[in-house]
Design a protein around this ligand. Structure first.
Ligand code: NAD
Length: 305
């Protein structure tokens, strides 16, 4: 089988080497397409592929049309909004992600962003401490749970909302369960967002929720920019000079927000939550193992469609 590793933003060489070893040890061939300029190159490369590993690369219906032999696509990472799942299903292609493999990297970044904002973006101004502050975690999945547990070690009080987990599961993972998004926002000095970008979550965090946050609160978004209603965010920041927003993915209106609100807003220059050597290797190797397992035993753990 030909396994195509297609990454506009390439994996570190150590991760590529590890992927190659897993694929070749199972008797398959690894094809590599890195730093390609656009969809046309991806369409040409998938023509012979039986399996595809991508990072944030978009797998559209047009890409799938160009891949008549494709049986499986694995997104090496957690978020899978770059995969057109209905199109995968229509083409008979199994789609998977590799949940949990980059969670620690994202969780460490979320904590780093909180400290960065608390300490006034490392300017000499007087900052504040995380100790004793209340952290609301919106979605207590792989990343959210690690953020909660690490923040608890810093002395923060952790509460979490996750409609797909029981109170017992949330408590067992170290947080106080909260049952409404309104209560979560209204009671959190820091609010860390970890919901996936889905039709029902896109644009779901806006003026009402953000402006309900306590005095001096900071909203931390290492999920997807699309879950924020940017107009609502701007309005809340306008009306509440004490609120702060920090994100791993810059909002579309980042330039305007910085101009208006200065250091109350910060976004990393590019998405970097999962961008650690360790996460690269973990997610890439997991993707390769999942493909080998799928061909060897038909294993569809982590199937998304
Ligand atoms: P995960 O699948 O382990 O957890 C997601 C959690 O969200 C689940 O527990 C689910 O029950 C919960 N959930 C779903 N809908 C919800 C809702 N409406 N309200 C509250 N909870 C809800 O995913 P994860 O690994 O924790 O990643 C979370 C998100 O973080 C991803 O979807 C992705 O968008 C983002 N992410 C960003 C980076 C980055 O580089 N910044 C890296 C990895 C993941």
């Amino acid at each position: 089988m030909i396994v195509l590793l297609a990454t506009q933003k390439p994996f570190a060489p150590a991760a590529v080497q590890g992927i190659r070893e897993i694929v070749e040890a199972a008797g398959h061939t690894l094809a590599l397409l890195e730093k390609y300029p656009g969809e046309d190159e991806l369409k040409a490369a998938v023509a012979d592929a039986d399996a595809l590993i991508v990072r944030s690369d978009k797998v559209t219906a047009a890409v799938l049309d160009a891949a008549p032999k494709l049986k499986i696509v694995v997104r090496a990472g957690a978020g899978f909004d770059n995969l057109d799942l209905p199109a995968c299903t229509a083409h008979g292609v199994v789609a998977m992600n590799t949940p949990g493999q980059n969670s620690n990297a994202v969780a460490e970044l979320a904590l780093g962003l909180m400290i960065y904002m608390a300490r006034t973006q490392f300017t000499p101004a007087t900052g504040s401490e995380l100790l004793g502050k209340r952290l609301g975690v919106q979605a207590y999945g792989n990343v959210g749970r690690l953020v909660g547990q690490k923040a608890a070690a810093l002395g923060m009080k952790i509460c979490a909302l996750d409609p797909f987990l029981s109170d017992e599961q949330i408590q067992a993972a170290g947080a106080e369960p909260v049952h409404s998004v309104e209560e979560l926002y209204a009671s959190s000095d820091y609010l860390s967002i970890h919901i996936p970008a889905l039709p029902e979550t896109i644009g779901s965090i806006g003026y009402k929720l953000i402006s309900s946050m306590p005095k001096g609160a900071t909203l931390v978004n290492t999920a997807r920019k699309e879950v924020i209603d940017e107009q609502g965010l701007a309005q809340a920041l306008e009306e509440r000079a004490d609120l702060k927003y920090v994100a791993d993915v810059a909002p579309d209106c980042y330039g305007q927000l910085r101009e208006k609100f200065g250091e109350r807003v910060f976004a990393t220059p590019k998405k970097m939550g999962a961008q650690t050597a360790e996460a690269n290797v973990n997610a890439g190797l997991a993707a390769a193992r999942q493909i080998v397992g799928f061909f060897e035993t038909g294993c569809t753990k982590f199937k998304l469609n």
